[in-house]
Design a protein. Sequence first.
Length: 150
Amino acid sequence: MSDGERAYLTRNAMELGRLRALGSRLLAGDLTPQLTGGWTPSAVLAHLAFWDRLVLARWNLYFRDGVIETLPDTHTDLVNAAGMPLWLDLPREAAVAEAIEAADQVVERITTLSPAAVDVALATGRRAMLDRTFHWTPHLDELAGVLPPR
């Protein structure tokens, strides 16, 4: 696999750094900005942590059974709706810590994947199992847009 094909590792590392920086900014602020659709920054971060942990669970299943379990796209909104009440109640400090911990864990797992595991993810159209920035970047952009300037 060429370096260009593994560029997701660099993107993951860069956005993980951005997540840490935005988490620090959120913790340093006195106000909790509101996002669209009833989301709060804490809910977004808890949401990110949940989905990163789901990616980890899917990789664990792959290593146990040799299969990457599929979650139908139609279930994503249902999962988010079910998680939202818990995510909204999570204190800011806990949400930041959970998001960073889950992101660290998923990045570590992705970094250590064998070429065969990467090939399976790519061959089955599961790029987001490798490149977490597909999910992180839009949410981090939204958070960056509501936090006060430095």
